[in-house]
Design a protein around this ligand. Structure first.
Ligand SMILES: Cc1cc2nc3c(=O)[nH]c(=O)nc-3n(C[C@H](O)[C@H](O)[C@H](O)COP(=O)(O)OP(=O)(O)OC[C@H]3O[C@@H](n4cnc5c(N)ncnc54)[C@H](O)[C@@H]3O)c2cc1C
Length: 453
C-alpha cells in the first residue's frame, strides 16, 4: 500500500505534463514543487514546442513528418549520446501537441511567420503571447482540473528506495513543509538541469561555467545526483542551450528573429565576428570569445516586423531597450565603437546581403536583405539558458544503469539527457528544451500511470 500512485518532483512543463499523462493513465498523482510557485524555466521560455505532422500544419499547407523532424534535429546536433531519444521524441511530437490542445485545453498555436533555428519547416506551436508563463498557467489549470494536488514550498530532499534499488517514494524537507516521507509506485524527476549549481557546472561542464545564467534559480541538479547514486548514467554532459543576445540590462531575450531577418552582432571593436546564422545558442560562445560591449544591430523595418509578432520583443522596444539611430555615426556613438570600423562592418554586411560579395564569415541567409537607416541597436550579453546534459533514459523515460532501468524512477526535461548534441551550444534546435520536457513528461506519465492499474 502506497500513499499515492505517482509522485512528480517539480512543477515545470515536464512535471505538469507528466502529471496529466499519469492521471489520464488512471493514476493518483501529487506534484511537489520546491519554489513558491510552479513554472521553473518553462515559465521563462517562449513556450514553443515542436510538433511535426500536426493537423495545424496540414491546415496551413505545411508538409511535415516525424522523420523530417528527426532528420532536422540530428542534422543540427550531429550524433550524440541520445540519438534514439531524438527520434522517439520526434515520433511523439504531433500527438503530444494535439493531446495537450484537444484533451487538456492548452492553448498552443502553430507559428508560421518564421522558421526556427534547426527546423526546415514551421512546426513550433506556442501560446498566442509566445510566453512560457501562459503555457504553465494552462498546464496548471489542466492539472488542477484533474483534482491533482500541486504542493508548493515542498522541496524533495531525497529518494526512498528498497534494498534492490527500486524507488519507493521521496523524502520532503524544507522550512515550510517540514520533513516527511511519501511512498508511491513511481517517482518522476522533473526538477530540470544543473545550470544554477556552480559546483556541478564546474565538475560536469567546466566550459560553460563562465556564462552568466539567465534561467530559474531552482535548477540546482539535486535530482540528477540522487539517480547517479542509484547507478544512472550521464549523457551529453557538456551540451547546453545558450543565448547569444540577452538584452542588457533588461534581461529579456533580444529576439533572434531580428538577426534572422538581417541583423548582425558587433563587438566592442565595431566588428562582426562570425556567421550569426549558427543560431542563438550556437553563436553564444562566439560572443563570449570576443571583447564587448556587444550589440545586435538591425533596422526599423525589422524592429517593427518582429515587434508586431512577438510580445516580449515589443515590450523590450516599449521599455526603451532598442535604440533607434538615424545614422551610422549615431549608432557608433550609442554602441561606443569606432565610427569608421562600424561603417566598414555595415557596408561589408550590406554587400553580402545584396549578393554583391561573399560574406567574410560565410553567412548566406540575410532575411529581408541589407539593412537601411534608421538603424536600431540592442545592447546584449551572452548567457546560459539551460544545461542539456542529464540522465540517459529508455523509451519510457526511465533512467538506465549498466544493467537496465531503475524500477519506479523516471526522468524528464532537463533531468534527462538532452538531444542537442554531444557538447557545446551549436546543436540546439529551437524547442528542444520543451520537446524533452513535455515529450518525456508524456512518456513518463503514461508509463508510470500504468503501474497503478
Ligand atoms: C529565457 C529562456 C527561454 C527559453 N525558451 C525556450 C523555448 O521557447 N522553447 C524551448 O523548448 N525551450 C526553451 N527554453 C528551455 C526550456 O525552458 C527548458 O528546457 C524547459 O522549460 C525545462 O522544463 P523542465 O520541466 O525540465 O524544468 P522547469 O520548467 O525548470 O521546471 C522544473 C521545476 O522543478 C522544481 N524543482 C527543482 N528541484 C526540485 C526539488 N528538489 N523538489 C521539488 N521541486 C523541484 C523547480 O523549482 C521548477 O519549478 C528556454 C529557457 C530559458 C531560460
Amino acid at each position: 500500500m502506497t500513499d499515492v500512485d505517482v509522485i512528480v518532483v517539480g512543477a515545470g512543463g515536464g512535471g505538469l505534463t507528466a502529471a496529466l499523462a499519469a492521471h489520464d493513465a488512471g493514476a493518483g498523482v501529487v506534484v511537489l514543487e520546491k519554489a513558491e510557485h510552479a513554472g521553473g524555466n518553462t515559465a521563462l521560455s517562449t513556450g514553443s514546442v515542436p510538433g511535426a505532422g500536426t493537423r495545424f500544419q496540414a491546415a496551413a499547407g505545411i508538409d511535415d513528418s516525424a522523420s523530417r523532424l528527426a532528420t532536422d534535429l540530428l542534422a543540427q546536433s550531429g550524433s550524440h549520446d541520445a540519438d534514439d531519444l531524438a527520434r522517439l521524441l520526434a515520433t511523439g511530437s504531433a500527438a503530444l501537441v494535439e493531446w495537450l490542445i484537444d484533451t487538456h485545453g492548452v492553448d498552443l498555436r502553430l507559428i508560421t511567420d518564421y522558421k526556427h533555428v534547426g527546423h526546415s519547416v514551421p512546426r513550433l506551436h506556442a501560446p498566442p503571447s509566445r510566453k512560457g508563463r501562459d503555457l504553465v498557467a494552462d498546464l496548471l489549470r489542466a492539472v488542477r482540473a484533474t483534482d491533482t494536488e500541486v504542493l508548493v514550498h515542498t522541496p524533495v530532499a531525497a529518494l526512498l528506495h528498497d534494498d534492490e534499488g527500486r524507488v519507493t517514494g521521496v523524502r520532503v524537507s524544507g522550512p515550510r513543509s517540514g520533513t516527511y516521507d511519501i511512498t508511491s509506485h513511481a517517482v518522476v524527476l522533473a526538477g530540470n538541469g544543473f545550470a544554477a549549481n556552480r559546483d556541478l557546472l564546474r565538475e560536469w561542464a567546466p566550459a560553460i561555467a563562465g556564462f552568466e545564467y539567465f534561467g530559474s534559480h531552482s535548477s540546482t541538479g539535486e535530482s540528477l545526483q540522487w539517480a547517479l547514486d542509484l547507478g544512472a548514467r550521464l549523457g551529453n554532459p557538456t551540451a547546453y542551450q545558450g543565448y547569444a543576445a540577452v538584452a542588457y540590462p533588461h534581461g529579456s531575450i533580444t529576439s533572434w528573429t531580428t538577426v534572422e531577418m538581417g541583423g548582425v552582432l558587433v563587438n566592442g571593436a565595431g566588428q562582426r565576428f562570425g556567421d550569426e546564422s549558427r543560431g542563438y545558442s550556437g553563436y553564444a560562445d562566439a560572443v563570449l570569445g570576443t571583447p564587448g560591449p556587444w550589440h545586435v544591430v538591425f533596422d526599423t523595418t525589422i524592429r517593427d516586423y518582429v515587434a508586431g509578432h512577438e510580445q516580449e520583443f515589443a515590450e523590450l522596444v516599449a521599455l526603451g531597450g532598442a535604440r533607434e539611430c538615424a545614422t551610422v555615426a549615431d549608432l557608433a556613438t550609442f554602441c561606443g565603437v569606432s565610427r569608421s570600423a562600424l561603417t566598414t562592418t555595415l557596408a561589408s554586411a550590406a554587400s553580402a546581403a545584396s549578393g554583391d560579395t561573399k560574406d567574410t564569415w560565410g553567412r548566406t541567409d540575410w532575411g529581408f536583405g541589407p539593412l537601411h537607416p534608421p538603424y536600431v541597436a540592442v545592447r546584449s550579453v551572452p548567457g546560459l539558458f539551460h544545461t542539456q546534459g542529464g540522465l540517459l533514459v529508455d523509451a519510457h523515460a526511465r533512467p538506465t544503469t549498466d544493467t537496465g532501468p531503475i524500477p519506479g524512477l523516471y526522468a524528464v526535461g532537463g533531468v534527462a539527457t538532452g538531444i542537442s548534441g554531444h557538447t557545446g551550444g551549436a546543436g540546439y534546435s529551437s524547442g528542444n528544451g520543451l520537446l524533452s520536457a513535455l515529450g518525456l513528461g508524456h512518456l513518463a506519465g503514461t508509463h508510470a500511470g500504468s503501474l497503478a492499474r
